[in-house]
Design a protein around this ligand. Structure first.
Ligand code: SAH
Length: 389
C-alpha cells in the first residue's frame, strides 16, 4: 500500500482519533497514490497510525477509513453501511439519515433514506473511488428499492471532483417520493431539491417549535419546503409568514401545506436580508421568528464574513420580536463553532438593545451523531432565545 509519512509531532491528532490529515502535516508520500486510493499513514518514526483515502487536491490530504491495518474493499463498505443502518430506527415512510460521514466511519459519504429510496452524496475523493461498492451496500439494505446519487455540493470542487447525479441502483419510482414527520407529510424532490431533497437534521427542532406557537404570530425565514412553517400551522399559530428566495422551494412549501390540509399563510419569495429590513421599516412584529439560513461558512476560512451575515439577520430578528418573543436561530456552518455562534448572537442582541435568555441549545437529530473526537461533525447548532418583556 502507498504510504504517507508525517512530520515529527504531527501524529498527535490522529492518535486522538481525529480522522483528517492536513497537507501541512505530511513529510513524504511513498508510492504514487491516485485520487481516492488507500494509503497507510505513518508517523515520522514509522509507526502505523491509520488507513486513509488520498485526496491530492484537497487541503485535507487524507481522510481516515480505519484505525487498524488492512485492505479497504467492498466488504469494508458493506460492513460499515450495515453498521450505520443498524444504529438507526427507521419506521416505514419516515425519513432517516442512514450514513453521516465521519460519524459513521465513512468520511465524505452521506445517505438519507425516504421510505424505500436512498439518496446518497459522495463528497470526498475516497467516497468517489468507492462509488460502486457504496451503492451496492446501500441497495443491499432490507427494504431499499433504489439508490439515487446527488453529489453536487461545492465541497466536491475542493476535492477535485465534478458534480455527479442520477440513478445508481434499482428503478425510478413511478409515484412521488414523500416523507412523514411527526404526522405531517412532505413531498421530497430527490432529483432537483436541495442536498438529498429534505433537511432531516431539523426534525426534533420542528416539533419543539410546534409546541410553542399556539395563537402566536410566526415568521419562518429560509423556509425551503416549509419544514418549520408547516409545524407552526399544525401547532395552531395565529399567522405564519414564510420567506425563501427560491421559487421552486416556495411552490413545494405551499403544496406541502395544502397536502396536509393546513390553513392559509403568507409565502414570500424574497431575499431574507432585504425582507427583514422592509418589515423593520414597516414596523411589523412577530411572536416567534425562525432563522435557518444556508451555510454561510463552509470552512473556518470563511468564518469572519459569515459572522457579519449571522449578526445582521439576528440583529434584525431581535428587532422584529414582540416583548417576550422567541428567536430560534441556527447556523449550519462547519466553520462556525457553537461558542462563536453564541458570541455572534449575543453581540446582535446587545446591538438590538434587547435582553435575551437561552432556553434551549439546539442540535441536529440523533440520526446525525457527532463523534466525540471530531467537533467539526457538530455542523448544526442553534439557540432558542426568549427576549425580555
Ligand atoms: N428551514 C428549512 C431549511 C432551510 S435551507 C427546513 O426546515 O427544511 C436554507 C434555505 O435558504 C434554502 O431553501 C434556500 O433557498 C434559502 N436561501 C438561501 N439564501 C437565501 C436568502 N438570501 N434569502 C432567502 N432565502 C435564502
Amino acid at each position: 500500500m502507498h504510504k504517507l509519512i508525517l512530520k515529527p509531532g504531527r501524529e498527535k491528532s490522529l492518535k486522538r482519533r481525529h480522522p483528517w490529515v492536513f497537507s501541512g502535516a505530511i513529510a513524504k508520500v511513498e508510492g504514487k497514490p491516485q485520487l481516492g486510493d488507500s494509503v497507510e499513514v505513518r508517523s515520522a518514526d514509522g509507526a502505523f497510525l491509520a488507513v486513509a483515502a488520498f485526496s491530492p487536491e484537497s487541503q485535507i490530504r487524507a481522510r481516515v477509513w480505519s484505525w487498524t491495518a488492512g485492505d479497504i474493499d467492498a466488504a469494508f463498505f458493506a460492513q460499515r453501511i450495515a453498521r450505520a443502518a443498524a444504529a438507526r430506527s427507521v419506521s416505514a415512510g419516515e425519513g432517516t439519515r442512514l450514513v453521516h460521514g465521519e460519524s459513521d466511519g465513512l468520511p465524505g459519504v452521506v445517505a438519507d433514506r425516504y421510505g424505500d429510496t436512498v439518496v446518497v452524496q459522495l463528497l470526498s475523493a475516497g467516497a468517489e473511488r468507492w462509488r460502486g461498492a457504496i451503492a451496492d451496500a446501500l441497495a443491499a439494505l432490507p427494504g431499499v428499492a433504489r439508490v439515487i446519487e446527488r453529489s453536487e455540493a461545492d465541497v466536491r470542487e475542493l476535492e477535485g471532483l465534478q458534480p455527479q447525479s442520477g440513478l445508481l441502483r434499482g428503478e425510478l419510482a413511478t409515484g412521488p417520493l414523500t416523507v412523514r414527520e411527526h404526522g405531517l407529510e412532505f413531498a421530497v424532490d430527490a432529483e432537483q431539491g436541495h442536498k438529498t431533497g429534505f433537511y432531516l437534521d431539523q426534525r426534533d427542532n420542528r416539533l419543539l417549535l410546534r409546541g410553542l406557537v399556539k395563537d402566536k404570530t410566526v415568521l419562518d425565514c429560509f423556509c425551503y419546503c416549509g419544514g418549520f412553517a408547516l409545524n407552526a400551522l399544525a401547532g395552531g399559530a395565529k399567522s405564519v409568514t414564510a420567506i425563501d428566495s427560491s421559487g421552486p422551494a416556495l411552490a413545494a412549501a405551499k403544496a406541502n401545506a395544502a397536502r396536509n390540509g393546513l390553513p392559509e399563510s403568507e409565502w414570500l419569495e424574497a431575499d431574507v436580508f432585504q425582507a427583514l429590513r422592509k418589515f423593520r421599516d414597516e414596523g411589523r412584529k412577530f411572536d416567534l421568528i425562525v432563522l435557518d439560513p444556508p451555510k454561510f461558512a463552509p470552512t473556518a476560512a470563511h468564518a469572519e464574513k459569515a459572522a457579519r451575515a449571522y449578526k445582521d439577520i439576528n440583529l434584525l430578528g431581535f428587532r422584529l420580536l414582540n416583548p417576550g418573543g422567541v428567536l430560534m436561530s441556527y447556523s449550519c456552518s462547519g466553520g462556525v463553532s457553537p461558542d462563536l455562534f453564541q458570541k455572534i448572537v449575543a453581540g446582535a442582541a446587545l446591538d438590538a438593545g434587547v435582553d435575551a435568555r437561552i432556553e434551549h441549545w439546539l442540535h441536529a437529530s440523533a440520526d446525525h451523531p457527532v463523534v466525540l473526537n471530531f467537533p467539526e461533525g457538530e455542523y448544526l447548532k442553534g439557540l432558542l432565545l426568549r427576549v425580555g418583556v
